[in-house]
Design a protein around this ligand. Structure first.
Ligand SMILES: Nc1ncnc2c1ncn2[C@@H]1O[C@H](COP(=O)(O)OP(=O)(O)OP(=O)(O)O)[C@@H](O)[C@H]1O
Ligand SMILES: [Mg+2]
Length: 512
């Protein structure tokens, strides 16, 4: 047994009456990758914020790094003892260059009162080289791909300008929205960091990733450690049991069929839509149909949902039930009966100070124009959604801002589903959502389709597409390269189509 580099003992933390952590113990070994798993709201981010010194836990707990006691509740002390963090939003400034972003955390070195750009460039270059990251320091962060951004955030976190050596690297859901290939690259980077003797603590809802990457797994449930086991011999089923405490039934792949009576009709028809990387995409979706959009990063998949809802300068023609609609914003879209659910739950998707119930019923009010008449009814509906998606805490009065990341995502999803739109457009809907709640979201989406709603799902997570879609359009270089239907919608066929722009059957024909 290797001596731990970091030991946490008896860490507890409450927010008012909400007990987020209860007597948590955790040991991290140098050079090992340790996964921290648990349902949405189980306490993972809170534990990480205790490690970083952002949250001061209830008195009585302790933290040691290499046998030395680290005062709790002090970001400076955490950093001085070698704890480094990459939070989910990465904390990079889009408008700045990679080099400037390095300066932002480590502080800009100065020589005779002037910023020493040469010194900063040298330390950043050394760091990137050590991690084998090839990237031009002058590029703006806004031009980088998702995996390049994550790499920069990791390199920057490890950066040590006279601030001691990094001993522990903590990553909170770094791969929530990365496509498969990029996940591999990020894994390589994380393994490299561990290979240099750094202990890595890794939060992820992606079970395959946890199984592939980690040496050790600790599971939290309702703020307590319920298991801390080595990853050897762990399989998906056992891992799910650690997380949810019981088996989650993976419903068989049963893609919904278009509602028979409406099969001939088209609900939404987009013709020659172009914007940014997307050029001249056309698609038609019938009532009750669930159509997926797949594609690697940069294929246009990331922006198609927003484009269809008019948020990024729609060029082309859009018809709903045959009628031409003009949408310049998601608000226009909502008016036309098109609801957009984005993965980025902090960007204006909800009102932080408002309660969960108010956020869910907010759109209901806007759509029914009856602020007071149905007040009670709306609240009951909000409570119903809290049950359907297992939103936690299970109280509609809790402020949205106080929710964990995955629970925020569920609220956004609920608020748009609750208005029963004509068309539901989802962009990476399960990003950061735990394994149990994912199944609930899939079931609710299918139920919406069975009700006649047309659903379009763009997702970097192929499981979303395989579990929900009867038809998937595959984007390559901003255009629809091919289409998969029915039983052809599988993980393997999607992966092949996304990288080659062709279906497997196309490949077989090539060899004839
Ligand atoms: N600032 C806060 N104020 C009030 N309650 C909070 C606050 N931060 C977290 N909580 C509550 O503490 C509990 C744990 O939340 P935490 O964010 O740690 O969960 P998590 O495991 O990271 O979940 P997720 O997988 O969704 O990110 C939740 O019930 C959450 O609502
Ligand atoms: Mg979290």
């Amino acid at each position: 047994m290797i001596a731990p580099v970091l030991s946490l003992r008896e860490i507890s933390k409450s927010f008012g009456l909400q007990r987020a952590l209860i007597g948590v113990n955790l040991d991290l070994a140098p050079g090992r990758i340790h996964a921290l798993v648990g349902e949405n709201g189980s306490g993972k981010s809170t534990l990480i914020k205790v490690l970083s010194g952002y949250h001061r836990p209830t008195p009585g707990g302790s933290m040691e790094v290499e046998g030395k006691t680290v005062p709790l509740g002090s970001p400076t002390e955490s950093r001085r003892h070698g704890l480094r963090f990459v939070h989910q939003n990465l904390g990079l400034v889009e408008e700045f260059s990679v080099l400037e972003n390095f300066g932002l955390t480590d502080g800009f070195p100065t020589r005779r009162g002037v910023i020493d750009w040469g010194g900063l460039r040298l330390s950043a270059t050394t760091l990137l080289k050590k991690l084998d990251i090839k990237l031009n320091l002058n590029r703006h962060v806004s031009e980088l791909t998702a995996v390049e951004r994550s790499s920069i955030a990791i390199a920057r976190a490890l950066g040590a300008s006279g601030d001691g050596t990094a001993r522990v690297l903590v990553l909170d859901e770094p791969t929530a929205a990365l496509p498969v290939d990029d996940v591999e690259r990020l894994h390589g980077l994380v393994r490299g960091v561990a290979g240099q003797g750094v202990a890595v603590l890794y939060v992820s809802h992606r079970l395959d990733e946890v199984l592939e990457l980690s040496d050790h797994v600790t599971a939290l449930r309702d703020g307590r450690v319920v298991a801390s086991v080595t990853a050897t011999g762990l399989d998906r089923e056992k891992l799910v049991r650690l997380i949810v405490g019981s088996d989650v039934k993976n419903e068989p792949h049963a893609p919904p069929q278009p509602v028979a009576a409406h099969r001939e009709r088209t609900r939404i028809q987009a013709s020659r839509v172009s914007a940014g990387t997307i050029s001249g995409i056309s698609l038609e979706v019938g009532p009750g149909e669930i159509v997926g959009i797949a594609g690697l990063d940069g294929s246009g998949r990331e922006s198609i949902a927003r484009t269809l809802c008019g948020a990024s300068g729609q060029v082309g023609e859009l018809r709903i039930d045959g009628e031409r609609v003009f949408m310049k914003s998601p608000r226009d879209a909502a008016r036309a009966g098109v609801a957009l659910v984005l993965a980025n739950r902090d960007l204006g998707a909800a009102v932080g100070q408002f309660s969960v119930g108010e956020n869910i019923s907010h759109v209901l009010y806007a759509s029914t124009h009856s602020l007071s008449a149905h007040h009670r009814g709306e609240y009951e509906r909000a409570r119903d959604w809290i049950d359907r998606l297992s939103i936690r805490p299970r109280r509609e009065g809790v402020a949205y801002a106080a929710l964990s990341g995955g629970n925020k995502q569920k609220v956004i999803f609920a608020k748009w589903l609750a208005i029963k739109p004509k068309v539901l457009v989802l962009d990476d809907p399960t990003s950061g959502v735990d394994v149990g709640a994912r199944g609930l979201m899939y079931a609710q989406t299918r139920a919406a389709a069975a009700d006649g709603i047309s659903v379009i799902i763009a997702s970097s997570d192929t499981e979303d597409l395989v579990r929900m879609c009867s038809r998937v359009l595959v984007l390559v270089d901003g255009q629809v390269a091919c289409e998969l239907n029915g039983s052809d919608v599988t993980e393997e066929k999607l992966a092949y189509a996304m990288s080659s722009g062709r279906t497997n059957s196309g490949m077989e024909q090539d060899h004839v």
